[in-house]
Design a protein around this ligand. Structure first.
Ligand SMILES: [Zn+2]
Length: 164
């Protein structure tokens, strides 16, 4: 923001680490794609459209998503975006903790103080930001029911995705 000002569109992929207990959908290491769009008149509708289009293109079909309120200090309002579970089709399974939905990404409208700190006038510009979990996306796309197999080094897992 400080370097390029507004309007601004960024995509930043990278590896992430977290110190929490692991289960079928949580791992200590995963990949994430961060994105942000700042311009005049950007709203939650823009966020929804971009996320739904992006996910529909990845999966080659229309996807169902939902927003739940979530707290993240750099956005206001903040949301958890859930994807209808593609392992079980929404019926409920261990991957989606039997809820039919998979928590895919935190997102929200960039907090005015973040814009100010970046030298952008929040009265003139608004923006959305998201952190898309690429590992969970790959699980949904390829029907992998346990995130931990991706870092396991198990050749039976890896051989399914070998490039020839
Ligand atoms: Zn499921």
């Amino acid at each position: 923001m400080q370097k390029y000002g507004a309007p601004l569109k960024i995509i930043a992929p990278g590896r992430c680490f977290r110190n929490e207990s692991t289960d079928a959908s949580h791992e200590n290491t995963f990949f994430q794609l961060e994105g942000m769009m700042i311009d005049r008149n950007i709203s939650i509708a823009n966020l929804l459209y971009v996320m739904k289009l992006l996910l529909s293109e990845v999966f080659n079909r229309d996807v169902k998503i939902r927003l739940r309120p979530g707290f993240f200090p750099f956005v206001e309002p903040g949301f958890e975006l859930d994807l209808n579970c593609m392992i079980c089709g929404g019926k409920g399974c261990p991957t989606c903790k039997h809820s039919g939905w998979v928590e895919l990404l935190p997102c929200g409208m960039v907090h005015p103080n973040v814009l100010r700190a970046g030298g952008i006038d929040p009265e003139e510009y608004t923006g959305f930001a998201f952190g898309l979990g690429l590992t969970r996306l790959a699980m949904m796309k390829y029907g992998i029911n346990d995130i931990r197999v991706l870092n396991s080094g198990d050749l039976r897992t890896m051989e399914q995705f070998s490039v020839r």
